[in-house]
Design a protein around this ligand. Sequence first.
Ligand SMILES: Nc1ncnc2c1ncn2[C@@H]1O[C@H](COP(=O)(O)OP(=O)(O)O)[C@@H](O)[C@H]1O
Ligand SMILES: [Mg+2]
Length: 244
Amino acid sequence: MLGITKTAIFANSKGGVGKSTLALLMGLGLATRSGRDKIELIDLDPQATSSDSLKRFTNHRFSVVQDNDFFLGNGFPNNAKITNHVQSKEHFRDINNYIIIDSPAGSDPVRSSFFMNSNIIFVPTSVSDADLFATRKFLDALHQLFEENQASNGPKPPPVVILPMMVDSRDEFNEMRTAFSDVPAYFGRALYYSPLFRRAFRAEANDENVKMLLRESSDYTLWLTNLMIHSHQIHVQPNKLFQL
Ligand SMILES: Nc1ncnc2c1ncn2[C@@H]1O[C@H](COP(=O)(O)OP(=O)(O)O)[C@@H](O)[C@H]1O
Ligand SMILES: [Mg+2]
């Protein structure tokens, strides 16, 4: 059977919420769990956190792409170029393509129609007021993009999963869930605060930091990669927050 292509986007207009960290976990998590599939991480952030730190792990199955052609002169994403790149992936027998897109802070959903062609959108946030406010605004803009597409008979919108990041207690997790309770989106598992994440992007001898990180977050990474692999099973958009 021919392999399929799946695309996941990590997005939030706010910086520092964990987009690149999760893109790293997803990329390395997929690369270590499936022996044959191809994984590509597209870094749309001009700061290149993901591509710089992950370059040393690339091989014939895991690639990292950073391409100025994915942007227009005005800094907005070149939706046609990104969509075309994703849709023109070669399909091989029994080998799936997983594409992970790490998007920069400041990204505006209404100008990012390539979001519509993804299989799942992950929106990380921490519990800080600044992050919660910015994330709510971002989710509103995302739903505006969905509505505009629906009005013009565009593709069905992908599921949106809010990911609570840098959580330090069960109470904090519940506080975040309450803050988003009226939002029509999925709510993911908590990724707890750990100092290991602070060193995630560093090149250490024998990659000890990355190995420890993957070990410590193995349950979470398995859950996250499963969600992407099985995203087609998440059918309808919930009409209020739905805990996964
Ligand atoms: N679970 C976590 N615990 C501790 N620090 C984290 C955690 N997740 C992310 N961080 C740290 O938060 C900072 C911002 O993360 P990053 O992934 O670069 O965010 P973004 O890509 O959204 O700007 C980084 O220094 C990262 O190491
Ligand atoms: Mg980033």
